[in-house]
Design a binder for this molecule. Structure first.
Ligand code: FES
Length: 107
């Protein structure tokens, strides 16, 4: 038996429907269009607009020229994981975050 610290997870997904194009994702992106986001990346703070055309925070951050890391863009690897300090987000797909790391976590 392994403890949680001894286990490493690796998840895979197939390229199917783009989660950013589901009706609920499109509605959430439309509602957030042009809202400003305060981003802290590598110790530097920036204020950038949410780009509804791109449909997600990661691509909006990268479009603003910040080199936010990513690998799958499908909610699987958690490479793009960020900490929400205030406000609200909608997460359309989540395979990579544990309940402890979820935006809905209480601590
Ligand atoms: S890049 Fe893989 S979950 Fe975001």
């Amino acid at each position: 038996m392994f403890s949680q610290r001894e286990l490493a997870l690796e998840r895979f997904t197939s390229a199917t429907k783009n989660p950013a194009q589901t009706p609920s994702a499109l509605n959430a992106a439309s509602a957030a269009a042009s809202r400003l986001m305060s981003i802290q990346f590598d110790g530097c703070k920036s204020t950038i607009p949410f780009n509804a055309t791109l449909g997600n925070i990661l691509d909006s951050v990268r479009a603003a020229g910040l080199p936010a890391p990513y690998a799958c863009k499908a909610g699987v690897c958690a490479t793009c994981r960020a900490k929400l300090l205030s406000g609200q987000v909608t997460m359309n797909q989540n395979y990579g975050l544990t309940p402890r790391n979820s935006p809905r976590a209480t601590s």
